[in-house]
Design a protein. Structure first.
Length: 295
């Protein structure tokens, strides 16, 4: 008699990952739709439905990892901190997200680590603002400490309009919104969005302002081109991840005559523009990275 056929082993169940976000955009759809390629099952969990605080985090029960993509500059860090306290494996870490959410804190952290950042002054009052204008030559850029996507970023070219511009800041209702940075306007430069997954630079695209908008920002649909391998960019990205830890980041650089400066680091980066411009398969890089973390 022939031997009995051996029972085939059952395929392993996909690892369940909670993608915590305030909404589903192109990036989140890509991650959810392609999760199966990497042995993952990714569910969208609305960050308004978590009610975290319970030691066992009932809303995250059954998930092996939590991928935080809340775009809010308050929700992301809070979610990450409470999820970590409940024992969840969180990407990015709460420490990294908190650093990314606060432009002033991030620049202090990176500058102390020897990473080049723009000169800046923290402005919490009109007195601060007036002092900053005596220390940094016009034109200057006024931007919120908390915020992204180029919103509420204002170019001030002339001293006779500066006070009127600051009137709008004073009219904002909360100190959270009034906290600003003043920094030099880097005329004629461009910005580079670097997509980092783990420690790896997956793709980089250079954005130049188009039309009448002076801001260089991928979210604004500016002109873009793929950036070839640049050792200086790689060195800066490695220094940023060495300080924040490995994760998924959008590292935004300013190109200047003296080299690149880190403008900000996004903890929940949009990556459609970089993927389209460079051909980089960012969803695959993120899927592989999560898979490796869980293996």
């Amino acid at each position: 008699m022939g031997s009995k056929p051996s029972k085939s082993s059952k395929p392993a169940k996909p690892a369940k990952v909670a993608l915590v976000a305030d909404r589903i955009a192109w990036e989140e759809r890509q991650l959810i739709q392609r999760a199966g390629e990497f042995g993952l099952s990714i569910d969208w969990v609305n960050d308004e439905s978590l009610c975290l605080g319970h030691p066992d985090a009932p809303s995250l029960r059954g998930y092996e990892a939590v991928l935080v993509r809340s775009r809010s500059y308050t929700r992301g860090g809070l979610v990450a901190s409470l999820a970590e306290a409940a024992g969840a494996r969180v990407l990015n870490t709460a420490r990294a997200i908190h650093a990314c959410e606060n432009k002033a804190e991030l620049r202090i952290l990176l500058r102390a680590a020897g990473v080049p950042v723009p000169d800046f002054r923290l402005v919490l009052s009109r007195k601060d603002f007036e002092q900053a204008l005596t220390e940094i030559e016009l034109p200057v850029v006024l931007k919120p400490v908390f915020g992204g996507m180029g919103k509420r970023v204002t170019l001030i070219r002339h001293s006779d309009t500066a006070q009127s511009v600051y009137d709008y800041v004073e009219d904002l209702g909360h100190a959270f919104e009034q906290a600003c940075l003043v920094e030099p306007f880097l005329a004629g430069g461009s910005s580079v969005r670097c997509l980092v997954v783990g420690h790896e630079l997956v793709g980089a695209a250079e954005f130049a302002s188009g039309g009448t908008d002076w801001r260089n920002n991928a979210a604004l649909g500016n002109d873009s081109r793929a950036l070839a391998h640049d050792p200086e960019v790689v060195k800066i990205v490695e220094a940023v991840t060495a300080e924040l830890g490995p994760g998924v980041y959008g590292v935004d650089l300013f190109r200047t005559d003296d080299g690149f400066l880190v403008n900000e680091v996004n903890h929940a980066p949009g990556f459609r523009a970089v993927a389209t411009t460079t051909g980089a398969d960012v969803p695959s890089a993120i899927g592989r990275y999560v898979q490796e973390l869980l293996s």
